[in-house]
Design a protein. Structure first.
Lengths: 375, 600
């Protein structure tokens, strides 16, 4: 008798809680069916975009749907707001690190929910392109400068928006009088135990750095020998730019191989940090790529977004949206000057790596690096 | 043992009369088929929830290890390559490391948590009122914060060296396996403390008195009490092991910087690589899931066929043992040292991260990061959102967790409850990133869009995922108290004429109100700063607090990000304070009395 009562009570309670949990699902169902009233900043926007995606093939290209932007840029929020203000097109921003964004894209590739991707590193875009995940053939009508022209891919599957540099050494001016200027010098015993860099499995821009060194030295095996030598010389690995720079300022290391925007941004807060470009430094384009499976209406909006980013108004937003971080880039459009804090590239030897050669090798190189250099 | 199995005759008659009245009312209604009656629908619905929101996402991810083509993640329909890869080379090393480190951490957690719980609940320890709050504060801190504090303290050229303490041996000790075990062990202490103190609160004075009346010494009385607490002890060990093996905060900071690989980091590496290797990550997840079978088997073996029902409405208030002056000083000093390490070092990490404006190159304190944070547009939105998500997720989780705990602690374990036990603990062992990816695979299938069920990247799915990922730990925290509930509590209320719900609310709820509140707070705090699930599932345009913090940290605004983390932790702790204070002020005196103590 007692057991029967107890069981009934438990079942009732389970039923009530089940109803609560299922009501969440019901709300989800409702919100997905009321997608037309989505706004850019509300939580319903994402739901709306999802159902819009499903219904897209039959909808007209002129219909306004929220543009789902996956971005790891510091100025993306400011850019989204400015774009919506200028065009009336709502933007649903997924602002994340590069790693989680690419994980989302790969996990959802049989039913993608993104419209536009904006991250650093052409190799990631080349990887997505070779899987057929990017819309090909779109190039905005802009006047590229030499950096921009060198970064546009042949199949026009992504669009460069700016360039930062990998292969820059941030150093502690109070401890280092003559920083190294070549990759060979960096590996010399003079810098034993003083060099730090990022882990490519956590820091998106670090694979292009490693690929750049391998490209410069003649191939993967030469590059592996070089990084093995650096490790023997006491190379210290930190996850991303921030911790590596922190190791520099706290005195754990004296030379930090980081992204140029991070290093230059750090000089604003710590006057003891100096910058030196290694010969050659590798160009790291930031780029925008459109989802090949997105509805036509969303693809059209994505193209408008790219054009806005590369317009004079968009470039202003890029240069003011994150003044101590990602805004410190080299523009790719004629007539747009870099921010004054950026040193001139005229005296710096740079190289561009072929993303379609190096992109497919990213997983193998990163795995080797993690197994042999990080551990 | 007190058991009200035989209700008074008058009450039985009364109940009988009401039962007849109810039957006659029911007779006027059309009869529903048995399986459609509300009482019978509850359990299937509960199981449906478990299957849909815990089993299905995990299964979708795990199946990738042997069949990557199912979700378009490779060309093979069936392969054992990834399982083999997971068991060889550096991933195997990481998994072995995780296994022994988690075992040691769970043991440390119990070794410190048990005495702390006993001192706070059963003695006149000075400052005992602060112990519980301190444990909660420690629990709500993200695990990377203590790791950061330790690193800043002992790293080469760190604070220790700047203070003139040239102790490289300390650096080697902390920046290595010992430090990792110590940190994870300290992280397990609050879990053990909560499980044990919940059980101690339910353990009245009568058992100790009975032993003492029969001539037992204090030590012998303890030998009687410790086995009664076995469910809580086993629960503490199991949850400590599972939480440690799935921890990412320490794995990605102290362990990583010490070149001591742990499984969660290796798994994260496989997913974070580009293109990500979900099948390899799934292979490693299989091993983690298999690993939790160890504590679960030990737990089942220890508890098999025994009843631990001790909590009833007539549980007598326990008597606090008076500590001598020396005992009090020693015990208070030990606990003070524990909290200094547990809270002082993370606080140091946070302070050094957020109050040093120049990436920590000097010791100059400044509020520049906090000023910059307050000047950032859209600061409050993510915090409000996370508060809201935390409130909803914690409330639903506690209801589901209570049911799961009740089923897990049933005297007669069926195969279904055994399976549920394993599913819940195994899912604790899976890192959040696995859960998140599993949710994408399970709820973003093309067929879902065809059916217009577009849950991926909605607030609803994020909250469901929060609930599903919190439920296993929540049930595990509650099981210690729930296993002590006597069936007589409800029966007594029913005997006095209460309906089923009212009997539960008036007979059972007062007894378990405190553990339920604690479980609610724990879930709230976990959800409030949850990162991996949020990163993969949050609705674009509606970032929660953790995403906003991570955004600052990853965009080179390290100090601002740290300041934001400190602010978020302060808000979470304010909520804890409000809830605890509210309970103290508003809960009926009888609710608060249960589990209370009197001075001896």
């Amino acid at each position: 008798m007692n057991r029967t009562h107890s069981r009934t009570r438990l079942r009732l309670l389970a039923g009530v809680s089940g109803a609560v949990a299922l009501s969440i699902l019901a709300v989800a169902g409702c919100s997905s069916s009321s997608s037309s009233s989505a706004t850019s900043s509300s939580s319903l926007a994402a739901t709306a975009s999802s159902s819009a995606s499903a219904a897209a093939p039959s909808s007209s290209a002129a219909a306004t749907v929220p543009l789902v932007l996956y971005s790891a840029q510091g100025y993306d929020s400011a850019m989204s707001k400015a774009f919506t203000k200028a065009t009336g097109i709502p933007v649903s921003l997924d602002d994340n690190s590069t790693g989680p964004l690419l994980t989302q894209i790969e996990a959802s590739k049989n039913n993608p929910k993104w419209g536009l991707l904006w991250v650093d590193g052409a190799t990631a875009f080349a990887g997505l392109d070779t899987q057929g995940l990017l819309l090909k053939g779109f190039e905005p009508s802009v006047a590229w400068n030499s950096l921009g022209a060198a970064s546009v891919p042949a199949d026009k599957s992504y669009v460069p928006t700016g360039v930062t540099i990998m292969g820059i050494v941030a150093y502690n001016k109070t401890k280092v009088a003559n920083p190294p200027s070549t990759w060979q010098a960096l590996a010399s015993s003079a810098w034993k135990g003083q060099v730090g860099m990022n882990d490519p499995s956590q820091s998106g821009p670090t694979f292009p750095l490693i690929a750049g060194v391998m490209n410069y030295l003649g191939g993967v095996s030469s590059g592996e020998k070089y990084f093995t030598a650096l490790k023997s010389n006491g190379l210290i690995i930190h996850p991303t730019n921030g911790p590596t720079l922190q190791a520099l300022t706290s005195g754990q290391i004296n030379l930090a191989l980081v992204q140029s925007s991070a290093a230059i941004g750090a000089t604003f807060t710590d006057k003891n940090i100096g910058i030196k470009y290694l010969d050659p430094a590798t160009l790291l384009p930031s780029a925008l790529g459109i989802d090949a499976k997105a509805p036509a209406a969303e693809q059209a909006e994505a193209e408008k977004f790219i054009e806005y980013v590369l317009s004079a108004a968009g470039q202003k937003v890029m240069q003011s949206g994150d003044p101590t971080g990602d805004s410190l880039y080299y523009p790719v459009i004629n007539g747009v000057s870099p921010l004054p804090a950026l040193p001139s590239l005229a005296s710096v030897k740079t190289q561009t790596i072929n993303p379609y050669t190096w992109g497919p090798q990213e997983a193998a190189v990163n795995t080797w690096f993690d197994s042999n250099i990080v551990r | 043992m007190i058991d009200l199995t035989q209700p008074p005759a008058a009450s039985a008659r009364d109940r009988h009369g009401r039962g007849l009245a109810r039957l006659s009312r029911l007779a006027r209604l059309p009869r529903l088929p048995g399986w459609l009656r509300p009482g019978r629908l509850g359990m299937p619905v509960f199981w449906l929830i478990l299957l849909a929101f815990i089993v299905a996402p995990c299964a979708c991810f795990l199946v990738l290890a042997v069949s990557p083509r199912l979700f378009d993640q490779g060309s093979q329909w069936f392969t054992l390559t990834y399982l083999r890869q997971a068991m060889t080379g550096s991933t195997a090393v990481a998994i072995v490391n995780s296994l022994w480190v988690s075992g040691a951490a769970a043991a440390i957690g119990l070794a410190v948590g048990f005495p702390a719980a006993w001192l706070a609940a059963r003695t006149t320890l000075p400052g005992r009122r602060w112990v519980s709050g301190g444990m909660w504060l420690a629990l709500l801190l993200p695990s990377w914060l203590p790791a950061l504090g330790w690193e800043r303290l002992v790293q080469p050229d760190g604070v220790m060296y700047r203070l003139g303490l040239d102790w490289p041996w300390v650096t080697h000790l902390i920046m290595g396996p010992f430090g990792v075990v110590l940190l994870l062990g300290l992280r397990c202490v609050p879990f053990s403390y909560l499980a044990i103190s919940a059980a101690l609160n339910g353990l009245g004075q009568e058992f100790e008195d009975a032993a003492r009346v029969h001539g037992a010494t204090r030590f012998q009385a303890l030998r009687l009490i410790v086995p009664i607490l076995a469910p809580a002890i086993m629960s503490a060990l199991a949850i400590g092991f599972a939480e440690s093996i799935s921890d990412f905060g320490v794995a990605a900071t102290l362990a990583y910087n010490s070149n001591f690989p742990l499984a969660t980091y290796a798994l994260y590496g496989a997913i974070g690589n580009f293109p990500p290797s979900f099948p390899l990550a799934a292979g490693m997840s299989w091993l983690l899931v298999a690993a939790v079978a160890i504590p679960l088997a030990l737990q089942a073996r220890a508890l098999r066929g025994r009843s631990y029902a001790i909590l009833s409405g007539r549980t007598r208030q326990a008597v606090r043992r008076r500590l001598s002056r020396l005992e009090a000083v020693c015990a208070a000093s030990a606990l003070a040292l524990f909290f200094l390490i547990m809270l002082g070092i993370p606080a140091f990490g946070a302070v050094s991260g957020s109050l040093l404006g120049d990436y920590g190159s000097s010791f100059t304190l400044t509020l520049v990061n906090y000023r910059a944070l307050l000047a950032q547009p859209g600061l409050t939105g993510p915090l409000e959102r996370s508060l809201c998500y935390g409130l909803i997720a914690a409330t639903v989780t506690v209801v589901l967790g209570f049911i799961a705990a009740r089923l897990l602690s049933a005297a007669r374990r069926t195969k279904a409850t055994g399976a549920m036990d394993y599913v819940l603990l195994a899912s604790v062992a899976l890192p959040g990133v696995v859960f998140g990816a599993g949710y994408i695979f399970a709820y973003n299938l093309p067929i879902m869009s065809t059916l217009h069920i577009d849950l991926y990247q909605t607030v609803q799915l994020l909250i469901i995922a929060y609930i599903a990922s919190s439920l296993p730990t929540n049930a595990r925290v509650l099981v210690g108290s729930v296993s002590q509930l006597q069936g007589s509590l409800c029966d007594a209320a029913r005997a006095h004429g209460a309906g089923a719900v009212s009997a539960w609310a008036r007979g059972v709820l007062p007894v378990v109100s405190r553990p339920i509140m604690m479980a609610w707070l724990y879930t709230f705090c976990g959800v409030f700063l949850e990162l991996p699930l949020s990163q993969l599932l949050y609705a674009p345009g509606s970032p929660p607090a953790s995403i906003s913090i991570e955004d600052n940290l990853s965009n080179y605004h390290f100090g601002i990000g740290m300041a934001q983390a400190v602010l978020a932790v302060a808000i979470a702790f304010t909520v804890v304070g409000v809830v605890l204070g509210g309970y103290r002020l508003l809960a009926p005196a009888g609710w608060r009395r249960i589990g209370g103590t009197v001075r001896g």
